[in-house]
Design a protein. Structure first.
Length: 443
């Protein structure tokens, strides 16, 4: 919009006439004078209206889009500025009450209601803050990965065969044939190691698993990296630690306003390397601390275990971060198992405040070993021609990882449910934020 002044620029235009534009956030009508709070992408400002302007907007509800012209003056206290309005243009009128009140400090509504009306509730400053920080995470991740020598690529969302074994997939029609929504960019990241040595992608992934918990969704955003020419996966852990530090440093600096709005504190980082513990040892520690027996044969932690081992890491290392190493022998065809313990895989999770942020493994780069594993699992080699070709013609020893964007956001703000950290969540009851009707379910 030509000749428009943004609200955060007004302090530099005292005694000047300006035109601002935005949403009517709140109005207090005293009869002969009214005070209207206008909101744009940079903030809010009070506009003082005379009777002519009051008459013009008397039938409008909040969230009407207005263009206001007037003089910028200091407020009586001299600590901010306001607009003495001389003209109003109604750009987009709202004549009915909005379904959820968003012009208060907090939205007084249940999470489900907030998601039901996301097109409106996202306008609330605190809701915006969540996703501004999420955008900051994405930007910082990209910058950090480039700093570490990684090249970004775009990974396909449609695949001719499932990218991972053992997980449910969404099957879709594809010109009379069938395709699958990607569970992971796994096979493509590994291919890209053959070109760039270090590659990363940011992509949506889909899991048709019937979880309805506070930490699972059908669609999430993954920030994935793959790294070649490693001797062991600890080299990858060191890179990840650097990336995580850079992300937190960046949002702590650039998103301080949004964090303060939620009174959010960033996770505690250890002074040196992140603490590590093998899953076998973690289960022993949990059993000693709680007296609760665990199924050590599974070599995995349930949510309660994760919270307990997080407390241990904070007490022992003053760290909200903890590496869990060597989970159970991996069912995926592309992961090396531990040569020193046949029960374990060369795998790792990064825990933050009792929730998994990241998982990864040391990949198999040996062509013959991949063929052997794929045949054992009954996979059709025809569907993996591109993938196998990369290894047939030489891939170095490598490892990779996936960071979950929504989980990172959830734990930074210490939200109770991952749906709060997702703009348009897909789960057993919703597709992209919209509820699935009962008729549609039964059909």
């Amino acid at each position: 919009m030509k000749n428009r002044t943004l609200i955060n620029e007004l302090k530099n235009k005292i005694n000047e006439e300006v035109t601002i534009a935005g949403w009517m956030h709140r109005i207090r009508n005293l009869g002969k004078v009214a005070f209207l709070l206008l909101r744009d992408r940079t903030g809010m400002v009070q506009c003082v209206l005379n009777p002519n302007e009051i008459e013009m907007i008397k039938d409008l509800q909040v969230e009407s889009v207005l263009k206001i012209t007037g003089k910028v003056v200091e407020t009586p206290k001299g600590d901010s500025v306001e607009i003495q309005a001389t003209a109003i243009e109604i750009v987009s009128p709202v004549k009915e009450m909005i379904p959820v009140e968003i012009n208060k400090d907090e939205i007084d509504a249940h999470m489900e209601t907030i998601i039901d009306h996301r097109p409106v509730t996202i306008r609330h400053p605190k809701q915006q803050a969540l996703f501004k920080v999420q955008a900051g995470i994405l930007n910082a991740f990209r910058n950090a990965m480039v700093d570490e020598g990684f090249t970004e690529f775009r990974s396909p969302v449609l695949m001719s065969a499932p990218s991972e074994s053992g997980a449910s997939v969404f099957e879709v029609k594809y010109y009379g044939d069938k395709a699958f929504l990607a569970q992971s960019p796994q096979v493509y990241k590994q291919i890209m190691v053959g070109a760039f040595e270090r590659a990363f992608t940011v992509t949506p992934v889909f899991r048709a698993e019937k979880h309805n918990t506070t930490r699972h969704l059908m669609e999430i955003t993954q920030m994935d990296g793959e790294m070649g020419f490693i001797e062991n996966y600890d080299e990858v852990l060191e890179v990840i630690e650097s990336v995580v530090r850079k992300i937190l440093e960046s949002i702590g600096e650039k998103n301080k306003t949004e964090l303060d709005l939620w009174q959010a504190t960033l996770p505690k980082l250890p002074e040196g390397r992140f603490p590590k513990v093998k899953v076998k040892e973690a289960l022993k520690i949990i059993e000693e601390r709680t007296g609760r027996s665990s199924n050590r044969e599974e070599l995995d932690l349930d949510p309660e275990d994760e919270r307990e081992i997080a407390k241990w890491a904070l007490e022992k290392y003053n760290s909200d971060f903890l590496w869990l190493l060597n989970f159970k022998k991996d069912k995926n065809f592309y992961t090396w198992n531990n040569p020193e313990d046949n029960d374990e895989s060369l795998s790792f999770d990064l825990e933050c405040r009792g929730l998994e942020w990241l998982s990864g493994t040391h990949r198999i780069h040996d062509y013959e070993k991949l063929l052997e594993n794929m045949k054992k699992q009954g996979l059709s080699l025809e569907h993996y021609e591109h993938y196998l070709e990369a290894f047939k013609y030489g891939i170095p020893s490598e490892a990779g990882f996936s960071l979950g964007l929504e989980r990172m956001t959830q734990q930074i703000f210490e939200l109770k449910n991952i749906r709060e950290a997702t703009l348009f969540p897909s789960d057993l009851d919703r597709i992209a934020g919209q509820r699935i009707s009962r008729v549609k379910k039964e059909a």
